[in-house]
Ligand binder design. Structure first.
Ligand code: CA
Ligand code: CA
Length: 95
């Protein structure tokens, strides 16, 4: 995969597994792993949020099947939502 979008997808997968393989099920993010991923990759986003429960709330929102873990399918929902939010931000700043 050499296309730009292909690279982006590959990176998305790599980042997910970098954090998900630290403990327990290597294909799922535990709450601690999700927290590390959020702080490692979305630090600005978390800093902008004043909600101390932000990680708990994100976890609750993402965990579709209620198994207490975030799998890749659940994770991409977060990335898609943040990408949409980013796009809106850039649209605003282009005006
Ligand atoms: Ca894990
Ligand atoms: Ca889950």
């Amino acid at each position: 995969m050499a296309s730009q979008l292909g690279n982006a997808m590959e990176n998305l997968i790599k980042v997910f597994y970098k954090y998900s393989s630290k403990e327990g099920d290597s294909s799922k993010l535990s709450k601690a792993e999700l927290k590390n991923l959020l702080y490692g990759e979305f630090a600005d986003f978390l800093a902008a949020s004043k909600d101390p429960m932000v990680v708990e709330n994100i976890m609750k929102d993402l965990d579709e099947n209620r198994d207490g873990q975030v799998d890749f399918q659940e994770f991409v929902v977060l990335v898609a939502a943040l990408t949409v939010a980013c796009n809106e931000f850039f649209e605003q700043s282009r005006k």
